[in-house]
Write a protein that binds this ligand. Sequence first.
Ligand code: ZN
Length: 275
Amino acid sequence: MLEPRLLSINQVTLMQQWSLKQAIEGLARHDVAAISVWREKLHELGVAEAARMIEGHGLAVSGLCFAGLITSLDRDEAAKARDDVRRAIDEAARLKARCLVFVAGGVDPRNKDIKATRGRALDGLASIVPHARQAGVKIALEPLHPMICATRSVLSTMKLANEWCDTLAAEDTVGIAVDTYAVWWDPELEPQIARAGKRICAFHISDWLPDTQDLRLDRGMMGDGVIDIPAIRRMVEAAGYTGHREVEIFSARNWWKRDSDEVVRTVKERYQTAV
Ligand code: ZN
């Protein structure tokens, strides 16, 4: 049996059903020990009130999602994006989040040089690290599936995430979020997870549906798709990760339309049978 206290539910899993206030109350009612907070919802409630409620309900915060998108070619735009990451770092500190999930950003059509794009992301990140260190917040680099490289993240593999961590040389402040949906296809996954070791500071789970209709918003419930989630969990745990298993399901056509209590009950069940 997997430890119930290590189950976290990312509130995006109930994005259409619950506000943050409802998510905090709902997860506590279902005895779910941890939540991952979505920033838009956080801003609706207010950071101070969210922190107060989360603490009052005894929930752990496995992560704050997300900040980043710092690859713009335009200097002012990029500077604004970096400022937003610094704000997110302060929010994560207030919520005592285990990490702030960082999504690099996609390719700027004004310059198709992907190597230069990755360079801008890495330089921008390096300039943010001191702020995170001072706030005591861990930045979790999240490699995303290469099919969304154009729009969301030029950081696509665990290998690249490890290389960025090597370059940044900020092991106290920068880690890696392993998301099964993003990295399951990678033939180098096992050695790169082993190489990441203690860098792994978040583990996100959902499944890849064989008939997926949308690359971002059609994630499957664990057990409904083709990812060997238990195998990946064993890899991250063999690498030394002992933190939350965070369920993160964007599902416009299915789970977002279901009754919230049914979704949480299903997550808890599948956590024991398919994770
Ligand atoms: Zn994720």
